[in-house]
Design a binder for this molecule. Structure first.
Ligand SMILES: Nc1ncnc2c1ncn2[C@@H]1O[C@H](COP(=O)(O)OP(=O)(O)OP(=O)(O)O)[C@@H](O)[C@H]1O
Length: 264
């Protein structure tokens, strides 16, 4: 299977503090890859490096076979859309304006025309179920509505690779499932490659083809949810004991009876 993204021997950190230390990661094209790991294990740091947001101190990243370092900002923006964990934008921006910003990589010429803008923005608003909020300023929305507006912006990008850092944060269960189903739909129908950071391991197992598990900045497991979510890994990395079962009719594992192994 070809890689949409590969990162070899990556070192990423902040100032003198190394977070990801000589690690490699491969993101297969056309699949959903889940990044899992405890708080502070380096998921966002690694994802931002793959997206070209965090500079790397060592190693090599390729996007669709091309060295990331050789891609212009516009070429990188056309190749991938990245949705941050807590995006920071002015609250007086309306949802429609935010979603239009997702099209900036396609603006051409002095006046920045984008012939597909109207249709793509409309489709993104509808897909993320925020069309009725189009004229509302972001500051007036609930956390979940805001999150869906940002997802619409990411969809308007219409890039072959989509990176989502904890896209279900702030969402109630229905809207979490909406986002995950939308992600799956984009993968299955539009062949998007998706990399998603998820904390809910049962959702990760259900929706992802591959999981990459980080622990203290190290990639400690890569493979199918069944291969990665084992009782020993859950104990070592998450300090949780759990039964790992494959429910009847499912081809993915689920965790039951989770108990923490560390006392409060
Ligand atoms: N801008 C920053 N400057 C300095 N250190 C940072 C910065 N961002 C993150 N870190 C540190 O890097 C480490 C990894 O953080 P990161 O956000 O990548 O982890 P994560 O696995 O995504 O965590 P979470 O699940 O809590 O979001 C943490 O120790 C964090 O404090």
């Amino acid at each position: 299977m070809t890689d949409a993204i590969s990162g070899e021997d990556l070192v990423v950190g902040y100032g003198r503090k190394t977070i990801v230390d000589h690690q490699s990661i491969h993101i297969p094209a056309g699949q959903i890859t889940g990044l899992i790991g405890p708080n502070g294990s380096g998921k966002s740091t690694l994802l931002k490096a793959l997206a070209g947001i965090n500079p790397i101190d060592h190693g090599h990243i390729t996007i669709n076979g091309q060295p990331q370092a050789q891609l212009s900002a516009k070429a990188l923006a056309k190749a991938l859309a990245y949705l941050a964990q807590a995006p920071d934008v002015p609250g007086d921006l309306t949802v429609a304006t935010l979603v239009k910003l997702g099209r900036y990589a396609y603006h051409r010429g002095f006046f920045g025309q984008d012939p597909h803008e109207k249709a793509q923005v409309r489709a993104a608003l509808v897909a993320a179920k925020v069309a009725e909020l189009a004229n509302r300023p972001l500051a007036s929305l609930s956390g979940g509505q805001r999150q869906r507006a940002f997802i619409a912006m990411t969809l308007a990008h219409d890039s072959p690779i989509i990176m989502l850092d904890e896209p279900t944060t702030y969402l109630d269960l229905t809207h979490q499932l909406d986002v995950l189903n939308l992600m799956q739909h984009l993968n299955q129908v539009a062949a998007k490659t998706i990399i998603v950071v998820l904390h809910d391991l049962n959702q990760a197992a259900r929706y992802c083809d591959q999981l990459v598990c980080l622990h203290d900045g190290q990639v400690v497991a890569t493979g199918s949810p069944k291969a990665v979510l084992t009782a020993p890994l859950l104990a070592k990395v998450f300090q949780v004991s759990a039964q790992v079962v494959t429910p009847a009719g499912c081809d993915y594992p689920q965790l039951l009876n989770c108990q923490t192994l560390v006392s409060a």
